[in-house]
Write a protein of this length. Structure first.
Length: 192
């Protein structure tokens, strides 16, 4: 019996079965990690998501009012294609590229990724969110090492302008319901 199992494992069929089993094990591990991160997002932000202003903001003032102009600038890009790493109209946008580009149009420099933008903004409560603030989402990509994996520009009335990778175009979407609501991790206001 033992010789038969060794022969099967060494055969082409046996190797194929082992490859399939390994691929299934990896898929199950990714699904479990995604489920755990989704549940964590539903139950509240993880401890590493600070509710205090970032240290990088020391000595700078938080903007008293976000710029609704940033929302209007972002809206000029509605329908532009989603492009991973995209940060300009001629190419298309990913989420943080759209946020960075729209702010640059009003003279505000922001870093490039959603996590970096989260770190560069001051935390504000849901009651304080106004059009032009940034809204952040955690663990939307199970392969990312950063907790913050998506960012949008709050447009008001529970909606955001963003570049999601699931719709392939820049569009407005609800912040606090559905997939995004399940992954909502907080809002930030830009330091000036």
């Amino acid at each position: 019996m033992q010789n038969a199992l060794v022969s099967l494992a060494l055969s082409g069929l046996g190797r194929d079965v082992l490859k399939v089993a390994a691929a299934l094990a990896v898929a199950v591990m990714i699904a479990i990690a995604f489920t755990i991160s989704s549940l964590a997002a539903l139950l509240g932000a993880p401890a590493e998501l600070s509710t205090t202003p970032p240290a990088s903001g020391a000595g700078r003032a938080i903007s008293d009012s976000p710029s609704p102009l940033v929302v209007e600038i972002a809206r000029t890009q509605l329908g532009k294609p989603y492009v991973w790493g995209g940060a300009r109209p001629e190419v298309g946008f990913d989420c943080s590229g759209l946020v960075q580009w729209a702010h640059r149009q009003v003279g505000i420099a922001l870093p490039r990724t959603a996590q970096q933008q989260f770190n560069a903004t001051a935390r504000i409560s849901p009651e304080q969110i106004r059009p032009g603030d940034l809204v952040f989402f955690a663990h939307t990509n199970p392969l990312s090492v950063d907790p913050m994996t998506h960012v949008g520009i709050y447009a008001g009335h529970g909606w955001m302008v963003n570049a999601p990778d699931d719709g392939d175009v820049v569009r407005e979407m609800p912040v606090f319901t559905g997939f995004w609501g399940a992954h909502y991790a907080g809002a930030g206001r830009v330091w000036r």
